[in-house]
Design a protein around this ligand. Sequence first.
Ligand code: GLV
Ligand code: MN
Ligand code: MN
Length: 414
Amino acid sequence: MTEIRPSLSAEIVQRVDELAAISEAPDNLTRVFLSKELRAAADLLMAWMREAGMSAHMDAIGNVCGRYEGTVPGLPCLMLGSHYDTVRDAGKWDGPLGIVAAIACVGDLHRRSVRLPFVVEIVAFADEEGTRFASTLLGSRAVAGTFVETALASRDKDGVSMRDAMVGFGLDPARLSNAARKASDVLAYLELHIEQGPVLEAEALPVGVVTAIAGATRLAVELRGMAGHAGTVPMALRRDALAGAAECIVAVETLCRADQGGLVGTVGVIHAAPGAGNVIPGLTSFTLDIRAPTDDHRIGAVAEIRRTVEAIAARRGLALQIDVTHENRTAPCAPWLQDQIGDAIAAEGHRVFTLPSGAGHDGMAMIDIADIAMLFVRCRGGISHHPAEHVDEADVDASARVLLRVIEHFKPKE
Ligand code: GLV
Ligand code: MN
Ligand code: MN
């Protein structure tokens, strides 16, 4: 078995805790794209990368990139990564575990003076969650060269544009394309991540091989009615945008619940204006996140949801606008990489188990320039995007051992 110092998982857990302490809120973990907390986390990551024998820098979008050279200069890389932004009131493992586990593996190679016939690169992506601006996967899209520049005009909840936030962070939006990598420089992209679901726990397994990352569609829906006096306008004469949104939300839930094929729909954000207890809401906007195991299923469901929402808006006399803020196809994990992860899992003495990912990951963007793969780690109760997210240290150790073995035995595609 690959020898990992017993303290390796202790170091990973301690670093996950250190990153979790960097938050905009004193009593919960929230670290969003281009914030001062993200900058502080980046500095810590660069210091850890350098300690692990890597060169480290921040790229043009705020990703932290570490490079561990191979046997000779100028080799292509095996890219490891995950994200260091979070959702609001997040758990501490979603994203950071994959970054600090990768750093720990490189640190182990460095201590043993092992050089490989390829570069090991670690990229800590600055935005995967899309918490601050409507669009997601901004860090990995910049690396894949698919960042859409119009996103720079989008604004956060305080009205700050992404362009201004980048400048405030010390980055130059005009140089964004410098973050892009060439496909010929990346042999594969591999991410270790918590499962964020209950399957591995039910299988009594610490790790699993991901087969594909399910696609997702995110919509921004706006309903416009007529604001008015809460005491004087009879119910039959109202065009209440919030009541219309409520009917839409329940209709989406009913549609997804009736589906037998794994369709899920979530409204995670809703705003009503003008926002006073004695005023009928004239304007409501909400987000809608739709996912399904196959693209055809998701695309069909989104079309049906659109028709349903349109019918509700028309019946209630509400003007409707629906914008697609995010659309990602299902990203299959490369079979040749799944095999190498499976071999490492078996060599570490675990049963090889494969499962799909319902959650989105940076591999969805990286697939445009490289074959991708993921190693999932069991998390308690399948809980994620919640402060109760938890991974046992023994599972951290098991996953780091597998990752190190994959790196050391990695064979590029013939
Ligand atoms: C990312 O965590 C997502 O699946 O939305
Ligand atoms: Mn994640
Ligand atoms: Mn997440």
